[in-house]
Design a protein around this ligand. Structure first.
Ligand code: ATP
Ligand code: MG
Length: 586
């Protein structure tokens, strides 16, 4: 249901956009040439993410610029300059070296968005070890599974998280030799653990990053677990080139920007764009330790004078839910660009951005496996609300059909198929930890097959249809849940919609919608009938839901994605499967 196109004036702001002429930028682009934007380790020592993110700025024009501004839970603001971040991460690299932690060995974190997390990430990368962030709201079971799968040798966590979650796991984790505790105040004295700040103060703030092979392992990220058990995707130091390039081209990041990526570093977005990309550009990064709260977020945008904001559809929908009156209380005029990732962004949400902030949200698409943004609505591009945009320079995307080991590209516009990417971009994952066969099966004939279904229109815009696992087959139609959910989002009473297929003796499957209402709307029969009618009117009888159920909230992953497989399992009375990433209902 393509809506109106949002056209962009040629020059919107005082900042010159990084990507203007898409066709020539794509034609001229090569990863080899782009590598010139990075510095590389001195004396031909290879490529290290932390050097590109921090050290090269600490000896350049950005040395005293704020690299990281942490908004702490206690209301304080903590600022760390590029030079300070270099020294702190040097100290942490020395700590790891002293502990005997070597190359490609895994260093995990279980912590909120506190400064120590960022220092750990960068210090780990300097030491050539693998940074593996775990989301701090995980319970003990998912923590244990991930630490064991990562074969973590070191865990950095906070006093509170240790006592609540980690203490009881210690005997079950023989590989985990060191636990480093960030104390809430003063020093931690938990037995058999080390104190983060004591180690850091004792360590030297000089560290020479050893030669780093661009293909050496750097990052381990577990996927969101939306479709099943989370997979551990491995990324290498070379990925930093894609972080940098996509930060510039897809998010329009410039050195003078104040950038707020709301994702937690426990997920790939929170590391690729919540740590690495903006630092490689020399920008100022905002990290808010608090959890989502719509008013707080408006206040952050205003007080921090955020220029570029990267968030997720679920947060946008929550902000839409509280209405435009709240929006009007805040001055968010410093914003230049807003982007979203993680789930399809309903056209309604794109347009709401214009009403609330005077700017549309720019959707972009990527996965844990791709390591960085692959398809995007970049700043100067005319937006077709509901489309995830066009492939970034350096990225070849196609709609394909698999046929055994053959892959056939769909050349006609608007024909659905699997979204595939030509293998070989720098941030492509290099493996699923411990699952080589599964990794191998993601590739065929030089393509990486994403498991998402999409279509490309005649203008080269890509439209997300659904995950292959979520597609609904009803009376010969292939229905993507996103299309149905987006239609419901246009109804004034609807805050969130999740759509699944349920078995039907005649149609094979029929569509069922789960709806969470905005405050003030009663979940009664009248509204249910009216919404079913609304669905039929918008979507036609073949695609519209036959059944509709109200839910207070929809089950979501902790990274904010609607878990349709769980709605389905609950509906059909089937086992719920891996729920380690399920967010607790508020
Ligand atoms: P798992 O692979 O464990 O089931 P996951 O796929 O949700 O979890 P992520 O790698 O965090 O884990 O998410 C990537 C997926 O999120 C994509 O494959 C796609 O289905 C969805 N996604 C991300 N961005 C967008 C977008 N802009 N539009 C539509 N879908 C998106
Ligand atoms: Mg996935």
């Amino acid at each position: 249901m393509p809506g109106p196109i949002i056209e962009k004036p040629p020059m919107q702001t005082s900042v010159t956009p990084n990507l203007v002429d898409y066709a020539s930028a794509r034609d001229a682009f090569s990863w080899d040439t782009a590598a010139g934007m990075l510095t590389g380790l001195p004396d031909g020592g290879g490529l290290n993410i932390a050097y590109e993110a921090v050290d090269r700025h600490a000896i350049g024009a950005a040395a005293n610029r704020v690299a990281l501004r942490c908004l702490r839970k206690n209301g304080q603001t903590q600022e760390i300059s590029y030079t300070q971040l270099r020294d702190l991460s040097n100290r942490f690299a020395n700590v790891l070296r002293r502990l005997g932690i070597g190359r490609e060995e895994r260093v995990c974190t279980l912590a909120g968005r506190i400064p120590e997390l960022y220092v750990t990430a960068l210090g780990t990368l300097k030491n050539g070890s693998v940074f593996c962030p775990l989301f701090s709201a995980f319970g003990p079971e998912p923590i244990q599974v991930r630490l064991a799968r990562a074969e973590a040798r070191v865990l950095i966590t906070t006093e509170m998280l240790y006592r609540r979650k980690v203490d009881r796991l210690r005997n079950a984790l023989p590989n985990l030799e060191h636990i480093i505790i960030v104390a809430e105040a003063g020093r931690s004295n938990i037995p058999d653990t080390l104190d983060f700040h004591t180690l850091l103060s004792a360590a030297d703030d000089q560290f020479t990053i050893p030669p780093t092979d661009p293909e050496a392992w750097a990052l381990l990220h577990f996927t969101s677990g939306t479709t099943g058990q989370p997979k551990g995707a491995v990324h290498v130091h070379a990925a930093v080139l894609a972080h940098h390039v996509t930060g510039r081209l897809a998010l329009d990041l410039h050195a003078q920007d104040v950038f707020w990526c709301t994702a937690d570093p426990g997920w790939v977005t929170g590391t690729s764009y919540g740590i690495i990309a903006p630092l490689t550009i020399g920008a100022t990064l905002i990290a808010d330790e608090e959890e989502f709260d719509a008013e707080r977020w408006y206040r952050n945008l205003q007080e921090q004078r955020v220029t570029i904001w990267y968030t997720a559809p679920t947060a946008v929908r929550m902000m839409m839910k509280i209405g435009l009156e709240t929006t009007k209380k805040y001055v968010t005029g410093s914003l230049r660009f807003m982007a979203s990732v993680g789930e399809p962004l309903n056209p309604e949400a794109v347009l709401w951005g214009q009403q609330a902030f005077g700017l549309p949200f720019h959707d972009n698409w990527w996965q844990t496996e791709t390591g960085g943004i692959m398809i995007a609505n970049y700043a100067t591009m005319n937006i077709k609300p509901g489309s995830m945009g066009r492939p970034m320079p350096g990225i070849e995307a196609a709609i394909v059909r698999r046929n055994g080991s053959e892959v056939e590209c769909v050349t006609q516009p608007d024909v659905p198929g699997e979204l595939a990417l030509r293998a070989g971009w720098p941030s492509m994952f290099r493996g699923y930890l411990g699952e080589s066969e599964r990794y191998r099966k993601c590739f065929a004939a030089g393509w990486y097959l994403t498991g998402d279904l999409a279509r490309r229109d005649a203008d080269g815009y890509f439209w997300f249809i659904g995950r292959a696992d979520d597609m609904i087959k009803s009376a010969g139609h292939l229905i993507g849940p996103f299309e149905v959910e987006s239609a419901f989002m246009e109804h004034p009473a609807v805050a969130e919609a999740g759509v699944i297929g349920i078995p039907d003796p005649i149609a094979g499957e029929v569509v069922k919608a789960f709806i969470a209402l905005k405050p003030g709307y009663p979940a009664d029969d009248t509204l249910q009938r009216s919404l079913l009618g609304f669905g039929r009117e918008r979507l036609g009888p073949a695609v519209a839901p036959k059944a509709l159920e109200f839910r207070r909230t929809l089950p979501k992953t902790r990274s904010g994605k609607i878990m349709r497989r769980l709605l389905k399992a609950q509906e059909l009375g089937l086992p719920e499967g891996d729920t380690s990433t399920l967010e607790e209902a508020p």
